[in-house]
Design a protein around this ligand. Sequence first.
Ligand code: ARG
Ligand code: ZN
Length: 863
Amino acid sequence: MQSTGGAAPAIIRRSDYRAPDWLVPDLALDFDLDAAHTRVHATLSVARNGAHGRPLRLDGDGLVPLLVRVDGQELTPEGWSMEGGALIIPLTGDAHSVETLVDIAPASNSKLMGLYASGGLLCTQCEAEGFRRITFFPDRPDVLSRYHVRMTADKALYPVLLSNGDPVGQGEGADGRHWAEWRDPFPKPCYLFALVAGDLACNADSFVTMSGREVRLGIWVCEADLPRTAHAMKALKDSMAWDERVYGREYDLDVFNIVAVADFNFGAMENKGLNIFNSRYILADPETATDMDYDGVEGVVAHEYFHNWSGNRVTCRDWFQLSLKEGFTVFRDQNFSADMGSHAVKRIEDVRILRAAQFQEDAGPLAHPIRPESYMEISNFYTSTVYNKGAEIIRMMALMLGPERFRAGADLYFDRHDGQAATCEDFVRAMEEGGAIDLTQFRRWYEQAGTPRVAARLAHDPVTGAATLTLAQAVPPTPGQPDKQPMVIPLRTALFDPATGSHSGEQLLMLTQAEQSFTFEGFAQSPLLSINRGFSSPVIIESERSQADLAFLSAHDDDPFARYEAMQQLMVNVLVGTVAGQPVDESTVIAAIRQTATNPALDPAFIAEAIRLPAEAYLGDQMAMVDPDAIHAARDALQQRIGVELEPLWRDIHARTQANGFALSPAAKGARALRNVALTYLVASGAEDGPAIAFTQFDRADNMTERQSALATLASGRSNEREAALDIFYHRYSDDPLVLDKWFQTQALAFHPDTVDLVEELGRHKAFTLSNPNRVRALYGAFAANQWAFHHASGKGYRLVADCIMALDRLNPQTAARLAPPLGRWKRFDASRAAMMRAELERILAQPGLSKDVTEQASKSLE
Ligand code: ARG
Ligand code: ZN
């Protein structure tokens, strides 16, 4: 371990789990709210859990006890002690009432964990361990309590006072203050506690549940943002209906509130009955939100709502079980979004995200199983592995079981564990029993990290007509796991007969051994392999399929994902070949793009996905060593070639998809997506009027999807229109933080030789601030994802990101730590870049007072 100026942070291990010594069946919290000084008076009913003599230990982070009482009696300073922030109280009986009083300062809470100020609001974020910054408490998810919350605050500054559960009283106090009381009848862990105080307006609606109960719904935002909440409200009601229809799960309180806040460390939080959201996942209107933003709102509203069952009614025993609620809930929100829109396009998007984020994580120094074995800082484990790979693991179970048996397993899980803090093992066992399946070997997906590679070889015997598919799997070594056991890999597979151009039925092949063969009869000619259809398993398939075979599948495969995949693989082969200096044939790719783009039977949204070139980072992942400059050059050249060769097609699509008025229908969204791809190719062609066409789209658009994508196209070029558009955009939206984020992000993502210098300048722009996580992610998060720019040979990109991490760590370690992983990918780059990346990690680690969060990420990244 590198020096961190202090002791190395302790490592918490899954195997060390022990049941809590004390339970807290009831908790009363009394908040005297004020931005500078908030007093928190807590009354805990505590009960000894089992026969032991250990004292009560209440976690605390930065808290000083101003008062400690047991059964109404104030303790002398000898009656309690402090241990690493925690309050230790020896108790004689088996049940007591324990009171504490603390004073906290929301306005100076820059970590955005615990109680903090955002704009004029006071709000909370407790998951994972923020509650200990509010009051002394056993801050672990297996201690469940009934909450009774009282808040008192200045009525003019904080006219609205919200907490979990149902409102049970309110009234006026002295000196312009008022109070409100809330009671949550469902016992919950403290990470689900929330309160909000502020001057908020409400989009109020209602929902009648399947058993006929009326639930009052409220989405709370500042008055000016009310018109932007309609999409979120629709998403909420659709989610409530969907969970009833698909899982038989009904909402359980009389009130469901959502609050949007501007400063938030991640997407949103599922606090019981009071979800708190990053405003970017609530606010949407055509002028300011892209179609992707609309989909983000729908997906995150659903995700947090679905947590009411998968997370709140059944919660996690300890944080190693995080994927129990997150993987399952992501799976649920993905299926909801697919049902609301296009299954094919949603699956393609989800796989693209998985490959971009999770496959990279699984291949690097921070790789971990979906159920990790150890951590220093749990905030670092809210990862795409726990979330997105976790969802894929549930998806495989659902596939193997089929819808009825999967539902039976889910029913058993919810019924058996309602009100409990459960484990991943509990979930798997419910699936085994409810679904009647043996998941013994399948459990390895919870234990082994790394993306399995499956080599597929197809042999054909023209005499017997038999085709033999040989599959060999290998799971690469990952930190702490040098040797791996074979996984259970369900592969939806079809063999296309070239004689008929079709297949005679898809099969689910279960690959469970290191190597296995499957034989298929009746092929006069060698068939074409369509494998891992629908991306049935989160693996990398290695198969040697010719460009001609891929072109055939890209035109004829009846599984939309496999069709998309064939198209992408065609492009990858050409681009990887170019980078390797091999002769390549671009004409097959261009013909396939033409074929797909002009096929009237295809959904335009699907076409847009299929004909887009793979991202530079994805191309890098296909190579042993990433050459960012060569990848950029190859992709740029192919894009130009496609632009030139098919120029009339791009002009035609661009003209034909021009809408007459904005609509949010799937057809209108698909048309916009295709229009934007056409614009990219048209401008890439170098046609003289390209930038002017882009500028006109930018200028005339009646929606952000078309405006931002035209801006992005211009930002990646060198036209005069580039500066004009950026300037107009900035001035038009300078008082809308969410849109201003797009201005930063678009420039940070631009394919422009000067991006690295531009990002340095933008870091000093007056609208840039480290105190808003969205702004930081828009600039530095986006930049670090821009492979060509971030890996600039000068090493300047690395320095910019490291500087940001070091500055941000003093304010907000959690968000700082999220910027570290890109620096940890040094093994994949040449010696010069690798040395510079390592040097930045070392420089970060040498910063005195570095947080546990960044220490963990940076030190693991050097190994
Ligand atoms: N449970 C929240 C969600 O996925 C996210 C909480 C993230 N917490 C954290 N420490 N990163 O909906
Ligand atoms: Zn979640």
